[in-house]
Design a protein around this ligand. Structure first.
Ligand code: BTN
Length: 257
C-alpha cells in the first residue's frame, strides 16, 4: 500500500485501498469546501476515468492513481495551461529515471513513443473564473506488459517496462507532488510563465509530426508548431492557415499524407 505523508500544501494525504475514482472523491471534497492541496490516492480504482469518456484501467498494487484539489485564481481559459503545467511537473519527476519523457498535447506523458501517464483536469466554474479544479493523474509504475488490457498493449508502457525494475510508488508520489507544488504556480493569470513554456516546448512530443486534431466535431489534418501561453496548440493546417486548439485529441498519422 501507499504510505500516508504530509503533502507540500500541508495537508494529510487521503489514502484509500479502493475507490471508484480518486477524481470523483476529490470533486466531492471540493463541493464540501475542502482547502486547496487536498490529495486523494487509491491503490485500486473500480471506475477510473480517462479523458473523452474513456476508462482508466486501474489494477491494485501496481500503479499510481491520485487527484489533487486546487482553487486557483485563474480565468477559465487558463485552465488548459494549468493542465500542461501538471504534465511538465510529471516529466520533471520522471527525469530521474533517465527516460526523457515527453508531453503529448493536451496532457499525456510519453516515453519511447508509448503512453506512460495521463492527466484529467476537471473544473467547476464560478462566473468567468474557477471555483475549483481537480487534477487527476494516473502513472503506470510497476505494470508489466501483461497487466494492460489487450487493446492497450503496444500503446502503453510503465516505468518498470522502461527501466527493467520496480519502483516505490510512495517515493514517486512524493516527488510528483513536490514538483506540482513548485511548478503549478508558474502558471498565473497570464498563463504559462516563460521558463515553464520553454520546458514544455523542449518536451513537445508532437514537434515535426503530422497529426489529425479531433476537437468537437472537427477533424483537422495539420502539423503542430508549438503551444501558446494559454496552453493552446498552434498548428499549420493543410491549407497553410494557422489555427489554435484549446481542447481536443492529437492522433498521430502513421504515413505522411
Ligand atoms: C487520460 O489520459 O485519459 C487521463 C487519465 C487520468 C487517470 C487518472 S487516475 C487518477 C484519477 N482518477 C480518475 O478517475 N482518473 C484520474
Amino acid at each position: 500500500m501507499i504510505e500516508a505523508f504530509t503533502t507540500p500544501w500541508g495537508t494529510r494525504l487521503e489514502v484509500h485501498r479502493q475507490l471508484d475514482s480518486t477524481s470523483r472523491r476529490a470533486w466531492q471534497l471540493g463541493e464540501a469546501g475542502a482547502d486547496a492541496g487536498c490529495v486523494v490516492v487509491a491503490d485500486r480504482q473500480t471506475g477510473g476515468r480517462g479523458r473523452r469518456g474513456r476508462t482508466w484501467h486501474s489494477p491494485a498494487g501496481l500503479n499510481l492513481y491520485f487527484s489533487l484539489l486546487l482553487r486557483p485564481d485563474l480565468a477559465l481559459d487558463v485552465v488548459p495551461a494549468l493542465a500542461l503545467a501538471a504534465g511538465a511537473a510529471l516529466c520533471r519527476s520522471l527525469d530521474l529515471y533517465h527516460l526523457k519523457p515527453r508531453i503529448k498535447w493536451p496532457n499525456d506523458v510519453f516515453a519511447n513513443e508509448r503512453k506512460l501517464a495521463g492527466i484529467l483536469a476537471e473544473l467547476k466554474p464560478a462566473g468567468q473564473g474557477v471555483d475549483f479544479v481537480v487534477i487527476g493523474i494516473g502513472i503506470n509504475v510497476n505494470a508489466g506488459p501483461d497487466s494492460f488490457p489487450l487493446e492497450l498493449r503496444g500503446a502503453a508502457t510503465s516505468l518498470k517496462i522502461e527501466t527493467g525494475r520496480e519502483h516505490s510508488r510512495s517515493a514517486l508520489l512524493e516527488r510528483v507532488l513536490k514538483n506540482l507544488h513548485t511548478m503549478l504556480p508558474q502558471c498565473g493569470s497570464g498563463g504559462l510563465g516563460s521558463g515553464l513554456k520553454d520546458y514544455i516546448e523542449e518536451r513537445f512530443f508532437l514537434a515535426g509530426r503530422r497529426v489529425a486534431i479531433v476537437s468537437g466535431k472537427q477533424k483537422v489534418y495539420c502539423r503542430p508548431q508549438g503551444i501558446d501561453t494559454l496552453g493552446r496548440l498552434q498548428v499549420q493546417d493543410d491549407g497553410g492557415c494557422t489555427q489554435f486548439f484549446s481542447a481536443g485529441e492529437a492522433q498521430l498519422l502513421k504515413k505522411e499524407m
